[in-house]
Design a protein around this ligand. Structure first.
Ligand code: ADP
Ligand code: F6P
Length: 321
């Protein structure tokens, strides 16, 4: 089937580089003679019909911007049979015969559902968490990491000046990629993440031993969802006697101008999505493996598992004193 008109949407948590991806998608589609529309606020826009044409000049000056010009949202209604039906009707009404969905695993499930009822979709991995199994890299991860590291560097100045311990919580949903790489980049004394069982005694012993070796300031990097970092800081202070503070970096990690890596990967993936759709191929997720752009059947991609970089964790552990 020849695809004449494509839609693009961003779904789930926003990520820096989504705009670069939208720009590449729109420009590549137009270059191939397709009409393009933007669908606003994820699957909500598809259900409600918040759909507007996107021309060549509508993506001007967005490549360097964080966030997403199409806005993003979570849309519980889309998961229902009725919601999916409405979305399909809206595609028919607007003659959308191909869709690029930039988001995470949840968004890809929706893309698979739509593909199954006749709207070929391509999923592009956009999330700061880097938690999508079929790809080494997700759009937004590098910017978020650099933002986190920049903030922890600042925190480290004051932590050092006061001989304190800072317990820092970073994002990552259920994955520890940000915690691990930010931890290494900031010289953290300890990294707590979901992929490794955490024993408080081990942390306290590590701090005690490092103190004996002359260390007097500590960064403890914690992936979100592990527990309450304020309570952990209080416990560290009680047990070790080292004055401790907790910092939750929060949503600032999702913002900011995308790094070169996020702009380039987003651009490559957006271009590739249109290449697939122009060949009449749908129901695929795009990934980056060893710097090569690849694609998988959506269900196959969702069933994959990702190997956590144990070697990197072990290096961080050895260097933590
Ligand atoms: P992400 O795409 O970042 O993983 P979510 O899990 O919040 O984010 O999913 C984003 C949106 O994708 C949801 O609000 C919903 O509209 C859609 N979605 C999520 N899970 C499913 C599912 N199992 N089936 C269909 N659509 C889904
Ligand atoms: O998936 C991106 C992410 O920022 C996660 O790191 C975090 O767990 C979640 O989204 C936060 O979601 P919300 O913006 O709904 O608070």
């Amino acid at each position: 089937m020849k695809i004449k008109k494509i839609g693009v949407l961003t779904s789930g948590g926003d990520a820096p580089g989504m705009n670069a991806t939208i720009r590449a998608t729109v420009k590549s589609a137009i270059a191939k003679g397709m009409d393009t529309v933007g669908i606003y606020r994820g699957y909500n826009g598809l259900i409600k019909g918040d759909i507007r044409p996107l021309g060549m000049r509508d993506t001007t000056n967005i490549v360097q911007r964080g966030g997403t010009m199409l806005y993003s949202a979570r849309c519980p209604e889309f998961k229902t049979e009725d919601g999916l039906k409405k979305a399909k009707q809206m595609c028919d009404k607007h003659n959308i015969d191909g869709l690029v969905v930039i988001g995470g695993d949840g968004s890809f499930r929706g893309a698979a559902d739509l593909s199954a009822i006749g709207v070929p979709c391509i999923g592009l991995p956009g999330t700061i968490d880097n938690d999508i199994s079929c790809t080494d890299y997700t759009i937004g991860y590098d910017t978020a990491l650099n933002t986190a590291v920049g903030m922890v560097d600042k925190l480290c100045d004051t932590t050092t000046s006061h001989d304190r311990c800072s317990v820092v919580e970073v994002m990552g949903r259920h994955a520890g990629y940000i915690a691990l790489n930010a931890g290494i980049s900031c010289g953290a004394s300890y990294i707590i993440l979901p992929e490794h069982k955490f024993e408080k005694e081990d942390l306290f012993n590590r701090i005690r031993k490092a103190t004996e070796l002359g260390k007097n300031h500590f960064i403890i990097m914690v992936a979100e969802g592990i527990g309450n970092v304020t309570e952990l800081a209080e416990e560290i202070e009680d047990v070790t006697g080292i004055e401790s503070r907790a910092t939750i970096l929060g949503h600032v990690q999702r913002g900011g101008s995308p790094t070169v890596r996020d702009r380039v990967v987003g651009t490559r993936m957006g271009y590739y999505a249109i290449k697939l759709l122009s060949e009449g191929i749908g129901n695929r997720v795009v990934g980056l493996n060893r710097d090569v752009i690849v694609d998988y059947d959506i269900q196959e991609a969702l069933n994959m598992t990702k190997k956590f970089p144990e070697d990197l964790y072990n290096i961080a552990d050895e260097l933590s004193y």
